[in-house]
Design a protein around this ligand. Structure first.
Ligand SMILES: [Zn+2]
Length: 236
């Protein structure tokens, strides 16, 4: 049974590792190519990511949300703790569909926060649980499998891992909704033309797919753990 950790079985490689790697690869490739393409063409309205963010926050009646620079590429995020939209250099100052799309998406999270959007609250509540349970899950399953009297540990590990998977699942509506809000606001406010919108959508759909890929990988992993715990795992 040690082989489960040291020599991944064929079943594990074929049904968990391979599809997860392929999906993650496709997601990264899609994101990078969409971003490379639409961070080169200038946005026809000439607006920058920062200006778009300022306009969105002002129009939403949440001018208290700050906009701050953050190091790194595609490191953009919203921090509900200090009500700050963090934008990377390229997004902050870029006058491209990619910059405006990503900046608007992060503002979408600020809007969710301001409105008490339920999936965002659920996600925030799951963060500490998911962190702890995902690190506990593997050792628990491992112990439960090699020490038969402690087999219940394997199932406890599966439940712990399921909580981490739930975190991934709850992240999906949060991310999709932020992009949906971004697309709607940018389009309706005239911050982007119909041509620009193609780039805005393309970048946000690609970013959204990275979360789908991660969630699918986590679900496959969970199914495998369930099959191991129930004794039908493919340890060939
Ligand atoms: Zn997001």
């Amino acid at each position: 049974m040690l082989s489960f950790f040291f020599y991944p079985s064929m079943t594990y490689m074929l049904w968990v590792i391979l599809p997860s790697l392929v999906l993650a690869g496709v997601a990264q490739f899609w994101l990078k190519s969409a971003f490379a393409k639409y961070s080169k063409v200038p946005i026809q309205t000439g607006i920058s990511g920062r200006e778009a963010a300022e306009r969105i926050l002002m129009a939403a009646g949440i001018p208290e949300v700050r906009i701050q620079p953050v190091a790194g590429m595609l490191s953009d995020h919203y921090n509900p703790m200090n009500k700050t939209v963090f934008l990377s250099e390229e997004i902050m100052n870029g006058r491209t569909p990619a910059a405006v799309g990503i900046a608007a998406h992060e503002c979408g999270h600020a809007l969710q926060h301001a409105q008490g959007y339920a999936p965002m609250q659920a996600r925030a509540a799951l963060v500490p649980v998911a962190n702890l349970s995902s690190s506990m899950a593997m050792p628990m399953i491992f112990l439960g499998i090699i020490i038969q009297p402690l087999h219940f540990m394997a199932w406890a590990g599966v439940i712990a891992f399921a909580l981490a998977v739930l975190f991934h699942i709850v992240t999906l509506p949060v991310e999709f909704d932020a992009s949906h809000r971004a697309i709607k606001i940018v389009e309706q406010s005239g911050m982007a033309t119909a041509v620009d919108m193609k780039g805005v959508r393309s970048c946000l759909y690609a970013a959204g797919f990275t979360y789908v890929a991660a969630t699918t990988g986590a679900i496959l992993q969970l199914l495998y753990f369930i099959s191991l715990a129930s004794g039908s795992g493919g340890n060939d």
